[in-house]
Design a protein around this ligand. Sequence first.
Ligand SMILES: NC(=O)c1ccc[n+]([C@@H]2O[C@H](COP(=O)([O-])OP(=O)(O)OC[C@H]3O[C@@H](n4cnc5c(N)ncnc54)[C@H](O)[C@@H]3O)[C@@H](O)[C@H]2O)c1
Ligand SMILES: [Zn+2]
Length: 340
Amino acid sequence: MQIQHRNGEYEVRFESLEECFQALPSDVRIVTDENVANAVDSLVRFCHVYVIPPGETSKSLEVFGQILSWLASTRASRKTMICAVGGGVVGDLVGFAASAYMRGVPFYQIPTTLLSQVDSSVGGKVGIDLPEGKNLAGAFYPPCGVTIDVNLLNRLPERQFMNGMAEVWKYGFIMDAALVDLLSADRLHTAHPNLLSVVGRCIALKAEVVQQDEYETLGLRAILNFGHTVGHALEHFSGYGKMLHGEAISVGMVVEARLGERLGLTKEGTADQIQKLLVCQGLPVTDVGLRSEDALIAAMYGDKKSLDGKLSFSLLTEIGHCKLIEGVSEESIRMALRES
Ligand SMILES: NC(=O)c1ccc[n+]([C@@H]2O[C@H](COP(=O)([O-])OP(=O)(O)OC[C@H]3O[C@@H](n4cnc5c(N)ncnc54)[C@H](O)[C@@H]3O)[C@@H](O)[C@H]2O)c1
Ligand SMILES: [Zn+2]
């Protein structure tokens, strides 16, 4: 699958890790995390592998600096390929390092979590967290290629798989009713024969959006944020790491579907239907944090996606279709929180 961006295009290849590794140039630097290094034996063949501690805390200025220094100490040149093998943390961090090292070197993504395969590895956003907030420093830096090997997900902990499933459902809810039907018919798991085609479909849906609004300036890319305004606030409120991103947006999707119904935009009954589907998937649909209305609303205003102090939401009209709505009243949000 080819993905276009302002300065060219890159290919998303559906192939085995082995095929990908064989095709990598010899002048390559690999960055991964400890869990992935333990799960992927074949990394030992590479001379230059940098292993970072797993988890969001590695998406820091400190580890970013360490990677740049390691690249310099191993004499990486402008032509050296930097390859991220890992989840969204490794992809975001290493992509940002690749964008900065010598003002930009080739960057290759091998996403190893469901979330990174269907979401973060496509779209060109890379970055790190600052002590002041998540994803505050970054760049648009598309990779030169992406390899998707769904067999890598066999070693992924169940909770991490479910984390990615929340994003998979989101694509269906906002853009693809047929995907929702497919997921409803049979619960997806790592050995399911549909896994590869579902991952491919999610990537195609994300690509369709980001190709039209690469730099998030037209408001189109913001439709991908369904469930995220409430979800981000919940993650922020409960402290990053306690609740996984997918768990927070699962709750967020139910609240935002209720909000859409309250505003008369979303077809009645949609929120209940979404709630049922997410419960069947084993994802959370409510959280004690929803009771802390004031803190959540404050966190939503702090979200960088709010325009001129007004809250904007990607809301469903019905399953499979959505719209970006700006200037949603605080009172409606409070009511939707109370109903969830
Ligand atoms: N750039 C974007 O557009 C974008 C989009 C969505 C999310 N993100 C970012 O992605 C990050 C979250 O990514 P994530 O959910 O992949 O988390 P992650 O990278 O922290 O991975 C989750 C856990 O799974 C482990 N792991 C990864 N692959 C494994 C495998 N194959 N087998 C066993 N264990 C494995 C990791 O070590 C980690 O402990 C966040 O920082 C978020 O901001 C970025
Ligand atoms: Zn998300």
